[in-house]
Ligand binder design. Structure first.
Ligand code: F6R
Length: 607
């Protein structure tokens, strides 16, 4: 999704804006631009395509100044082009605006503005906002923005600079997509995501929905939706800027795959007492009575986070004996779900800003559910709207394809299931914890097969279709393996419950349609082996992921990926790692842009 950055202070602004945009590039974009205000003039440079093109174009310009805005655009209204790139000017050239989100009533507003004499040169809904604010602008940019906000429908975050107010200021507003202010010493930053300010400051504050902010070199002033001045608390990020760099890896995704062992350990560290066999959270607690009152759990999430919810269902049902439903945020919000007292809704989100997940959480809360967020980004919207938060300690995840966020979500869900078990009066047996303690090592062990997986990926990278099979708690891992492959390599891949194959997909099997089968654990191992046999009997190719000796599968698998044995409930964490690596190496082999796959955005802040 579009990325917003802004800076006001003493530094030369363009390099700050470019470094912020580079940090936001992972969100996905197709054009970029910057604007600087100098001597009462707006100077903007824009370019279609990658940031390198913007940087190249800037070399021929002399943009200098100490405040301005930068933007990466992910096209919604209007094709990706320099003409539609942001910053967008109003037709009188009095202000420049950058925007993330969708203005739903842009057509009637545009028609009215055209009737009033405003001109439009792009296809964007953004230009409507620029002209609308300008139509109210009498000298006070904040007042004009506030008037415009009252007329805008949809979800948006935007920022504007103007030559009319006569002073150095940035005005920003949000309704939906996030905006964070970085608090430096006599310098201030604005961004869609804390990653963009991390190189300069770890002190940030998050704007709330409908906040309007005026940023000058004296700092931020904020007004709430009623126009009342408000203070928003400053938060100190614990992330290290180094974590947001590639650190010698070719791609963020590969680095993040490697970080998983540590991230899993960081997620359970300090939350488990391995001597007393107890689980507790520093910043979240349920009394035994509250835990006992939970009659149902509803998990709400999108994409990879939804897959972790599907695994979480097995964990919570088995360990805490509470029924669990798992919903896509985008589906739940448009149903009329049965909620009420006794329901705990868990929103799972890496970013904490996914619009569909947030709306579903709101819908659950409106219907009487208690809200828990499992989230990776401190201070994000999901954490602010929830009654409690369990943070995954994955550190910044930059690669668009989620990897370490997923495995730390699974770790957090396992911890939460154990915690519910304990608070509902059931003992946590030591094996449940010892297997958790061994998980980082098991994950690290798989990395030793990296070269083998790279070689295997080479053999399959020319193929266009893959079927991933899993059963029980590993069915979501089949879905996740398939999602990883399709999103970064653009090969078609489908995840399917192994037992369902004979009800349809078996018709597709041939030698060019490999089947990746997850055959681990004890409960359904034999059943999955039968499914592999069914594939072999039809001249299909089988790639098996197993915790058994390779010889056991020699007859029914063409390739065997061996993984260490964990427990049935934690085996999915182990099993997904080779599937992430396989997808990564296939994508690299196919020459795909692994960290920024086409059409995808890291944080999906619009519907
Ligand atoms: C896939 C992926 C997406 C996200 C989804 C939800 O690799 O990253 O499917 O999982 O967009 O994002 P969050 O977890 O930020 O709510």
């Amino acid at each position: 999704m579009c990325g917003i950055v802004g800076y006001i202070g003493q530094r030369e602004v363009v390099p700050v804006l470019i470094s912020g945009l580079e940090s936001l590039a992972y969100r996905g974009y197709d054009s970029a631009g910057v604007v600087v205000v100098r001597d009462g003039e707006l100077e903007a440079v824009k370019a279609e395509g990658k940031l390198e093109r913007l940087v190249e174009t800037l070399k021929g310009e002399s943009l200098v100044g100490t405040y301005g805005l930068g933007h990466t655009r992910w096209a919604t209204h209007g094709e990706p082009s320099e003409r539609n790139a942001h910053p967008v000017m109003d037709s009188k050239g009095r202000l420049a605006l950058i925007h993330n989100g969708i203005i739903e009533n842009f057509l009637p507003l545009k028609k009215r503005l055209i009737d009033e004499g405003w001109e439009f040169t792009s296809d964007t809904d953004t230009e409507v906002v620029a002209n609308l604010i300008s139509s109210h602008l009498k000298g006070d940019l904040r007042a004009a923005t506030q008037q415009a906000m009252a007329e805008l429908e949809g979800m948006y975050a935007f920022a504007a600079v103007s030559t009319v107010s006569g002073q150095a200021e940035i005005v920003a507003a949000r309704k939906g997509p996030p905006l964070v202010i970085g608090l430096g010493d006599d310098e201030f930053f604005l961004a869609s995501d804390p990653a963009a300010v991390l190189a300069y400051t770890k002190r940030v504050l998050f704007l709330e929905n409908m906040d309007l902010c005026r940023l000058t070199d004296a700092g931020p002033e904020i007004w709430d939706e009623n126009g009342e001045p408000v203070e928003r608390p400053a938060v100190r990020l614990t992330w290290d800027p180094i974590q947001a760099e590639k650190g010698g890896f070719k791609h963020f995704m590969l680095k993040e795959i490697h970080e998983q062992s540590q991230a899993i350990q960081d997620t359970f560290a300090g939350r488990v007492d391995f001597e007393l066999n107890t689980v507790g959270f520093d910043d979240f607690a349920l009394t035994p009575e509250e835990a006992t009152q939970i009659q149902r759990v509803q998990i709400l999430a999108c994409g990879t986070s939804w897959h972790s919810g599907l695994v979480g269902k097995f964990m919570i049902e088995e360990l805490a004996r509470i029924p669990v439903e798992v919903d896509y945020g985008s589906e739940y919000r448009y149903r009329d779900p049965v909620v009420g007292e006794g329901v705990l809704a868990i929103g799972i989100s890496q970013s904490g800003e996914t619009a569909d997940t947030l709306s579903a959480m709101e819908a659950a809360s409106d219907r009487g559910a208690k809200l828990l967020a499992i989230c990776n980004v401190p201070g994000s919207q999901a954490t602010r709207v929830s009654d409690g938060v369990i943070y995954t300690h994955a550190g910044p995840e930059i690669g668009v394809a989620s990897t370490k966020a997923f495995t730390t979500q699974l770790t957090a869900l396992y911890l939460f299931a154990l915690y519910l078990r304990q608070q509902r009066g059931m003992a946590i047996e030591s094996e449940l914890l010892s297997v958790l303690a061994g998980l980082p090592h098991a994950v690290a062990e798989i990395m030793e097969s990296e070269a083998e997986l790279e070689e295997m990926a080479r053999r399959y990278s020319r193929l266009e279709d893959f079927l991933y099979l899993g059963r029980g708690i590993n069915y979501p891992i089949a879905l996740e393996g398939a999602l990883k492959l399709k999103e970064i390599s653009y090969s078609h891949a489908e995840g399917y419950p192994a037992g369902e194959m004979k009800h349809g997909p078996i018709a597709l099997i041939d030698e060019d349609f490999p089947v990746v089968a997850i055959a681990t654990g004890s409960r359904v191992f034999d059943k999955v082996c039968s499914n592999m046999q069914e594939v072999k009997a039809r001249d299909g190719v089988v790639i098996a992921v197993t915790d058994r000796p390779a010889e056991e599968l020699a007859e029914i698998a063409d390739e065997v990926i061996q993984v260490p044995r964990s427990s049935d409930l934690l085996q999915p964490v182990v099993n997904v790692i080779p599937l992430q690596l396989f997808a990564y190496f296939v994508a690299v082999r196919r020459g795909a842009d692994v960290d920024q796959p086409r059409n995808l955005a890291k944080s999906v802040t619009v519907e």
